[in-house]
Design a protein. Structure first.
Length: 90
């Protein structure tokens, strides 16, 4: 399994957000966009190869941005931000 000791990952490509969410949700999110991590490949390396436009076999960045923009993960993040803005600062 893909394990990273950070609660949240932000993946950018050409300055655009292609993913911002939990490590746990990253693999299913990319799979839902049609990018399944090969069985014996390190997921972190695979995701970097997808979003890094320096590699010839990178993902379709506009499609990845759109996939994230329309995702439930992003909608939940936006709702949390809105909720946090309503909370008084201490």
């Amino acid at each position: 399994p893909f394990i990273l000791n950070q609660p949240t990952i932000v993946a950018l490509s050409a300055g655009q957000t292609v993913y911002c969410g939990s490590c746990r949700q990253m693999t299913p999110h990319f799979a839902s966009a049609g990018y399944n991590c090969p069985q014996y490949m390190n997921p972190a390396e695979y995701f970097i190869s997808l979003v890094n436009t320096d590699f010839d076999d990178h993902a379709d960045v506009p499609q990845m941005v759109q996939s994230y923009t329309q995702s439930e993960i992003r909608k939940e993040l936006i709702n949390r931000i809105k909720s946090d803005r309503k909370t008084p600062q201490h």
